[in-house]
Write a protein that binds this ligand. Structure first.
Ligand SMILES: O=C1O[C@H](COP(=O)(O)O)[C@@H](O)[C@H](O)[C@H]1O
Length: 252
């Protein structure tokens, strides 16, 4: 079973950034108290900029960064120092600003072959589950504490796109795509069974370009068949949509 869905609407992107910092800092405190660590899965795109308040006081002071574990929702198959890399984006905009131990950051190693990159990350995750660094959910997939997801204008989430088969993957933890409609074409991505085994999922959307996708996902506009990938995201405890005025503009 999946958890409840919350929709939080804000006047501006700035207000979303503040609320997201508060929400993430509170969850970090809760999980560290309960289990001694906090696993956080980062997407690329605009999300990293929306996280900017978290690395500033008062939030940055409240968080025990030494207990954070960082993973990626998806990655572009490019070297880690390439401007298109989601790792580089997170490093420059977030990770370089807070004292998360290097050993707790799990970048997705680059190989030329997308298939090899996906296999590498899945194998790495399986080892972490075996060592009990990440727990296994009753679903048989790893259980992360928080997913911080963005949404694309076409309704994609992670690198799971509307007209691509990866969104239907049921067995693998990580899969790959070589013809992503959004550049660059080769990417790897967590699959839906992994995302939907996560405890908390934040869907962070701050652009008018995504307003239609948001309204479809939240049942205000009719769903296409098959529905959009972003409509299929549901965390085990809760899914919280953080929307600014523009992203929420088609909800009323
Ligand atoms: O390509 C990607 O796009 C999505 C959405 O990005 P946004 O810029 O529209 O927020 C992102 O979540 C994903 O991680 C990224 O690889």
């Amino acid at each position: 079973s999946q958890g409840k869905i919350n929709v939080r609407k804000f006047k501006s992107e700035e207000d979303v950034a503040v609320a997201l910092a508060n929400y993430t800092a509170n969850l970090s405190e809760k999980y560290i108290k309960e289990k001694g660590s906090f696993s956080c899965v980062l997407s690329g795109g605009t999300l990293i900029d929306t996280l900017r308040k978290l690395v500033q006081p008062p939030y940055s002071k409240k968080v025990d960064w030494s207990k954070w574990l960082i993973f990626w929702l998806d990655e572009r198959v490019v070297p880690l120092d390439d401007p298109l890399s989601n790792y580089k984006l997170a490093l420059d905009g977030f990770l370089s600003k807070v004292p998360i131990p290097k050993k707790n950051i799990y970048p997705i190693k680059y190989y030329k072959s997308a298939k090899k990159v996906a296999l590498y990350y899945e194998t790495r995750l399986k080892k972490l589950v075996h060592k009990k660094i990440i727990p296994l959910s009753s679903t048989g997939f790893p259980k992360f504490d928080l997913f911080l997801n963005g949404v694309g204008p076409d309704g994609h989430v992670a690198s799971l796109f509307p007209n691509r088969p990866q969104r239907y993957e049921k067995k693998r933890w990580v899969t790959f795509i070589t013809d992503s409609p959004k550049p660059p074409p080769p990417r790897i991505t967590f699959t839906f069974p992994v995302i939907n085994s996560g405890s908390h999922v934040a869907m962070v959307v701050t652009d008018a370009a995504e307003a239609n996708a948001v309204a479809i996902a939240l049942g205000v506009l009719p769903e296409p068949k098959p529905t959009l990938p972003c409509a299929e995201v549901k965390g085990k405890e809760e899914t919280t949509w953080f929307l600014d005025k523009d992203a929420a503009s088609k909800l009323n």
